[in-house]
Structure formats: C-alpha cells, structure tokens
Design a protein around this ligand. Structure first.
Ligand SMILES: [Zn+2]
Ligand SMILES: [Zn+2]
Length: 143
C-alpha cells in the first residue's frame, strides 16, 4: 500500500481496516476483477470473509477513490484499482480480452462532447465493446 493511499484514507475519516486493505490488495493483484473473483482471492488470506462484506467494502473503497468499477459484461461490475494509470476499456466480444487504453486517445472526442454537448464523460467507467483483430479475422473467415 502506498503512502498516498494511506493518507487519503486517513483524511477521509474512514479507517483502512485489515479487511479493506486485503480487498484493495486483491483488486490490485487481479487487475480487473468481479466481486466473486475478489472474494476468492481474499479468501486465500482470510477464509471467514463473505460476499456481502466484499460488496460493502468495495463500495467504501470506491467512495474513497481507491477503486473504480466498470461494466465489462452484463453481469456483475468489474473493479479495478486506481493505483495504475487511468484508462478506459476495450472488450472483445469474441475472446473476452480486456485492453486498457490511455484516455488521451479519446481527447478529440472529449473536447467535442464538452464543446457541443456540455458534457464531460467519465472515461474510467467506460467500456467499449467490439472485436479484437484476431477475432475479427476469424469472423471474416466464417462469412
Ligand atoms: Zn480498468
Ligand atoms: Zn478477441
């Protein structure tokens, strides 16, 4: 855990409990993970933890700005740490590969949305669906 995180939690008045720290570490280890995957990872360290504890603490960690969530499927949200670089997500419908992309790629789009729609998109929450090059090639072969 970096000092930055510890400071942020202290200044929020919320406590970084041992459980929250375990959950945060699990998110950082897994990269992108659903609450179930996070539960499985946390259980390797603390077997008594249950799913509702995971959900509740993920919400607290998100309020603290330590994790974000996005929707990479129509099932549970997927959580990721904000410890790495800010990014948005490309999700392949063929192989389900998730690619993290630098938000600067969306710079011109963000500028136009701000100017023309008066809207600032939340790119960290964004997941764009499509097909990776490999899967697109496979699709074309099938046609
Ligand atoms: Zn992410
Ligand atoms: Zn693919």
């Amino acid at each position: 855990m970096s000092g930055d995180f510890a400071d942020r939690i202290r200044s929020s008045g919320k406590r970084l409990t041992a459980q929250r720290e375990l959950i945060l570490r699990a998110v950082e280890t897994l990269g992108h993970a659903t609450p179930d995957e996070i539960l499985a990872e946390v259980r390797t360290h603390a077997s008594a933890v249950n799913a509702s504890t995971i959900y509740r603490n993920l919400e607290v960690l998100e309020e603290l700005g330590l994790v974000r969530h996005t929707h990479l499927s129509d099932r549970a949200p997927t959580y990721h740490s904000v410890g790495g670089h800010e990014h948005f997500h490309l999700v392949c419908r063929g192989c389900h590969k998730v690619t993290s992309v630098d938000p600067a790629v969306m710079g011109p789009v963000v500028e136009r949305l701000r100017a023309e729609q008066g809207f600032v998109p939340d790119l960290g929450h964004l997941a764009m669906f499509g097909h990776c090059v490999d899967c697109e090639a496979g699709q074309n072969r099938q046609q």
